[in-house]
Design a binder for this molecule. Structure first.
Ligand code: NAP
Length: 236
């Protein structure tokens, strides 16, 4: 394998934003570890990306298995410089049924904390690194059919805020970037009323740029910062 720009792990790289990030990183000379719940979901991408890419099955709904699996993957890759904590779920739940609520919270809250735990301790041990967590503009406001999704993304953003402050003392060379995308054209996006929709490739480019600049926060695309500010003020 040629000398890489660095090594990255993209958690949730079988589809949408994560897949586009993994593809762009490999094209830019990075060695990239891609994860999905099922290796078969990564097979086509891995075959196409060639020797710059490796795959591992990680299921965030088994947080302890995900923690040990991710830590082992980081070791197999020889250490990780860039962590993209992207995997997540979002389910339109018009009936406020329990199962979609439970599933969303399990993946986006407990699963997110599990992958963050591995990235944080890995970066502390190395004394450097970049951690990028994917939240959402949805963090700003509840929605009647995706209450757990908005709540879970509020958790992601505030959790990363605390992690950043912890690392500032413990490992000051480690950056933590919280990314809040608007509507991105992926299988997860199910809203008929979506607007300003951009491709996963556009989102991936902006997320990688935010990581490279070690930004603390990034709206993707940037104009969603305005919507986020308005959402905080708008009447319910
Ligand atoms: N699309 C949007 O409009 C939008 C807007 C704001 C934020 N986001 C956020 O962006 C991130 C990526 O979403 P996307 O739109 O790219 O969705 P996507 O195309 O559905 O991709 C989701 C990825 O997460 C993985 N994943 C899902 N559940 C998992 C679990 N329990 N354990 C491990 N991996 C799991 C999936 O892999 P497998 O299914 O192969 O396991 C897949 O690779 C999510 O955190 C999402 O909340 C998306």
């Amino acid at each position: 394998m040629p000398k890489a720009m660095g090594t990255a792990i993209v958690v949730g790289a079988s589809s949408g934003i994560g897949k586009a990030i993994a593809e762009q990183l490999v094209a830019g000379g990075w060695k990239v570890g891609l994860t999905s719940r099922k290796l078969e979901n990564l097979a086509e991408t891995i075959a196409r990306l060639g020797e710059g890419a490796a795959a591992k099955a990680i299921d965030l709904d088994d947080p302890e298995g995900a923690r040990s699996g991710l830590a082992a993957f980081a070791d197999e890759l020889g250490g990780v410089d860039l962590w993209i904590l992207n995997a997540g779920t979002g389910i339109l739940n018009r009936d406020f049924a329990w199962e979609p609520e439970r599933q969303t919270i399990a993946t986006n809250v407990m699963g997110f904390a599990a992958m963050t735990d591995v990235a944080v301790h890995h970066c502390i041990a190395r004394g450097e690194g970049r951690i990028v967590g994917i939240s959402s503009v949805a963090k700003k406001r509840g929605h009647p059919f995706t209450a757990s999704y908005s709540g879970s993304k509020a958790f992601v953003s505030l959790y990363l805020d605390g992690v950043r402050q912890y690392l500032r003392r413990k490992a000051p060379k480690v950056s933590v970037t919280e990314v809040a995308p608007g509507y991105i054209d992926t299988p997860l996006q199910q809203f008929d009323e979506a607007f300003w929709v951009v491709s996963a490739e556009t989102a991936a480019r902006q997320i990688i740029a935010a990581a490279m600049a070690r930004r603390k926060h990034a709206y993707v695309p940037k104009r969603w910062a305005l919507v986020a500010a308005l959402l905080s003020l708008a009447p319910r």
